[in-house]
Design a protein around this ligand. Sequence first.
Ligand code: NAP
Ligand code: MG
Length: 403
Amino acid sequence: MEKIKMTTPLVEMDGDEMTRILWKMIKDELLLPFVDLKTEYYDLGLACRNETDDQVTIDSANATKKYGVAVKCATITPNAARMSEYDLKEMWKSPNGTIRAILDGTVFRTPIKVKGIEPCVKNWEMPITIARHAYGDVYKNVEIKVPGAGKAELVFTGEDGTQIRETVFDFEGPGIIQGQHNVNASIESFARSCFTYALDCKQELWFATKDTISKQYDHSFKDIFQEIFDKEYKEKFDAAGITYFYTLIDDAVARVMKSKGGFIWACKNYDGDVMSDMISSAFGSLAMMTSVLVSPEGYYEYEAAHGTVQRHYYKHLNGEETSTNSVATIFAWTGALRKRGEMDGLTELTAFADHLEKACIDTIESGKMTKDLALITELEHPTVLNSEGFIKEIRKALEQIYR
Ligand code: NAP
Ligand code: MG
């Protein structure tokens, strides 16, 4: 077959450990034989980040602003053990954090559904996407252990010296207090990312907070979302036939459990932290979860939700066989290729993304899978494949489609 053409490059961010091994296999077996792949390559592997004083991460994020779409392999976030393992000059920051700070985006995580790996919640027929606000609240809080009786106050001092003051509590004995903040600009870009993404997937958007109790703080989130929606997105939502709806967080949780899925659930920072773990484990596995960073300007960075699968990598280095699931990393590529195809009007490229995803799903549904899935599948007698064998089976399924 003639290879599928691309016009604009994707930003390719290579990574670490087992996922770096899978990255190359995916390119060699599933992409290069079919697509005339155009990428601008950035090596975000820890060795290269160290060599370039992490400039490569910054360059890759800036390239994403230039081209609009990136695909990223999982990367090591260094800790003390990594300092000596990789002989690092510095404990470099998390690349995801650096990229998110430059693109100012929101992360959307969606489970990949296949027959045979069923969600614990039986009525979830379609995936539920979690959008988590990634700034402020309890993650940037200030806390005091109150030693004894006294008055706790909340004071804001403006640049001109004027003060706003509220009593938090008159303590009669020991206790605890906590101060939280958020900034309108961050909430606004969170809202825009959510509305943009909902239009993109043509899915309903839910947002929930506890505004009945938190009449200033949570209510501001509600108001900012509604204002931006009415001004900038309402007409587009109407045209796309989708809706935005706000409700209380407890009502949202109850509705989610009774729902069929197939919507985006925007959450404040803490709710998103907790609810995304619930959703991903209820749907089956982190290895079957996609993740995309969407900036308010509409730049996209696709990746897998899991890490570098270090334990498998050490087995691989020891010459032992591994059975690492490559689906989430493959879906990072298909997400990026589909988006590139949509932006550049390349229907064959978008179709390729669909076909490659179908090849993955068909392979698993026919009973061929990696060990992590074999452990949780409802299919009887699954065939457990090694990392490479699984990718080769997907290749066969893809060749059937392109025969
Ligand atoms: P991890 O790489 O997600 O792996 C944790 C465990 O989950 C694995 O040991 C494995 O369980 C299972 N698992 C995850 N992905 C799998 C897959 N594709 N196929 C099969 N099993 C899979 O998390 P980690 O071990 O905590 O972190 C390793 C490194 O990744 C760290 O350096 C961390 O900084 C980095 N990290 C990067 C990102 C990112 O780049 N987005 C995200 C998270 C973590 P078994 O061992 O039981 O088989
Ligand atoms: Mg968590």
